[in-house]
Design a protein around this ligand. Structure first.
Ligand SMILES: Cc1cc2nc3c(=O)[nH]c(=O)nc-3n(C[C@H](O)[C@H](O)[C@H](O)COP(=O)(O)OP(=O)(O)OC[C@H]3O[C@@H](n4cnc5c(N)ncnc54)[C@H](O)[C@@H]3O)c2cc1C
Length: 434
């Protein structure tokens, strides 16, 4: 049952679709007025699952939702600081990388400042159904929400982030014993005393190390073990010479490359974004472990080159069976709760995978302008754009803030072209949608 019809429906109100909203308001207020954005949570919070108070963004504040597309926009991070009365203080910090919670507050501010795009919270999209016309072309999308309501949209822009990666070995543990980093802030501070005496953190990258540090404050007195497959924690491998791969220009060049060229760049750049830790965090951790040893405290234990063979529930918690990848030695570790810093699934989120199936496509791949090639060119009135899940075609920056402002501009330009083309075809082009 369709309850509402809109021209554009944006699913997810993370930074990617907020950048879209900003671009719509600046490039086509008329289309912005016909746009609805839905968010499953009750408000705007950036990466709410792991918003630890001291964590800083890893990307320059100049890569905000607007600056690189339109430095004169009123939605820039600098204008947010100005409006919040913190511009001078921020300058004195002497950094390009704000606290993540400040970026989160900037996103909320942007959402509050939108004039035309309508935002709806507590609306989780669970199914997207293509609606075809008599000729088989795509006419609309019917999006069903968790409460059973349906919104029909001509144009869909999905920016739902990615699904958490839960390794097979942990899937049979009771849910209350396992916390993925995407739920850390909501669940860990609320753990019962019994569930939080012995904490095992799995993973060797940024989210694992952030959790192992944050849990000291959130669960005072707990014992902490970090288990990683690598032979030791290592920093992100970055350089001023490779940072251009995080630019819009590089993303556009990447799209034009063949499979081999794309693969080579993604392989070489992988350690700049995955499986690493910021040097500052690593340094702080090492210093703290050293001071703990000086003080004769137990402190954090790191089990490196360690594989988890099985994870089973025991009478008072969880038993992890471990294998040392270097010596082959086997051991067991008992803990109360397992925190997973195991990252995110590289595959499309489930809701989009199901949509691909109902479109009869082997996978959802986007064109240069982030539009999914749904069928024969020109046959479809409805369009689908995807944000944040196109690393394979648009390069290493795709899931990050880095290219969002320009990407949103590209998508809006494409939407404007579509709406204009349809108006011309229908003979209703009395006004341009800008
Ligand atoms: C802990 C952490 C730290 C990070 N730090 C940085 C950083 O410093 N710099 C950087 O550039 N990138 C960072 N990233 C990468 C991050 O992916 C991007 O910064 C950015 O958040 C991606 O934006 P997005 O809008 O595509 O996705 P998300 O930010 O994931 O937003 C998706 C939104 O969609 C909503 N949603 C999902 N499914 C549905 C649905 N079915 N119905 C309705 N709403 C839905 C979600 O609730 C969410 O609000 C970090 C990621 C994590 C996990």
């Amino acid at each position: 049952m369709t309850h509402l019809e809109v021209e554009i429906l944006a699913i997810g109100a993370g930074p990617a679709n907020l950048a879209l909203a900003v671009a719509l308001e600046e490039l086509s207020p008329e289309l912005a007025r016909q746009t609805m954005m839905v968010e499953q949570s009750e408000g705007i919070v950036w990466q709410r699952g792991l918003l630890v108070p001291w964590a800083q963004s890893q990307v320059s504040f100049l890569k905000d939702l607007a600056t690189l597309r339109n430095p004169r926009s009123r939605f820039t991070f600098v204008n947010y600081l100005h409006e919040s009365g913190r511009l001078d203080d921020f300058m004195s910090l002497g950094t390009f990388t704000p606290y993540r919670r400040e970026i989160s507050d900037y996103l909320r501010w942007v959402a509050d400042e939108l004039e035309h795009v309508k935002l709806h919270f507590n609306r989780r999209a669970v199914e997207i159904t293509p609606v075809r016309d008599a000729d088989g072309g795509l006419a609309h999308w019917d999006v069903t929400f968790v409460d059973g309501t349906v919104v029909r949209a001509r144009h869909l822009v999905a920016a739902c982030g990615r699904d958490p990666q839960i390794p097979e070995v942990f899937r049979d543990l009771p849910a209350e014993r396992v916390v993925h980093s995407s739920e850390y802030s909501q669940r860990v501070p609320a753990l019962s005393a019994r569930a939080s005496r012995r904490i095992a953190v799995i993973g060797g990258a940024q989210s694992a190390v952030e959790m192992v540090q944050a849990v000291q404050d959130d669960v005072p007195g707990c014992s902490r073990v970090l288990i990683t497959r690598g032979i030791g924690l290592t920093p992100y491998v970055t350089s001023k010479f490779t940072s251009r791969y995080y630019s819009t220009a590089a993303s556009r060049e990447f799209y034009d490359l063949g499979e081999e060229g794309r693969g080579l760049i993604l392989d070489e750049m992988a350690r700049s974004n995955y499986s690493g830790v910021t040097p500052e965090l690593l340094d702080g951790l090492y210093h703290q472990m050293y001071r703990d040893r000086l003080d004769g405290k137990e402190g954090l234990r790191i089990l490196a080159s360690c594989e988890i063979v099985s994870a089973t529930e025991s009478e008072d918690g969880v038993v992890l069976a471990l294998r040392d990848r270097i010596t082959g030695e086997r051991s067991e570790l008992a803990c109360d709760t397992v925190l997973l810093g195991t990252g995110y699934d590289q595959a499309m989120p489930a809701v989009l995978r199901r949509l691909g199936q109902s479109l009869g496509l082997a996978g959802l791949e986007v064109l240069r302008n982030y539009r999914v090639a749904t069928g024969d060119l020109g046959a479809d009135a409805a369009t689908l754009h995807l944000q944040g899940v196109n690393e394979a075609t648009h390069g290493i920056a795709d899931s990050l803030l880095s290219t969002m402002a320009n990407r949103a501009g590209d998508i809006v330009e494409d939407l404007i072209r579509h709406v204009e083309a349809r108006a011309t075809a229908d003979g209703t082009d009395t006004a341009t949608p800008r």
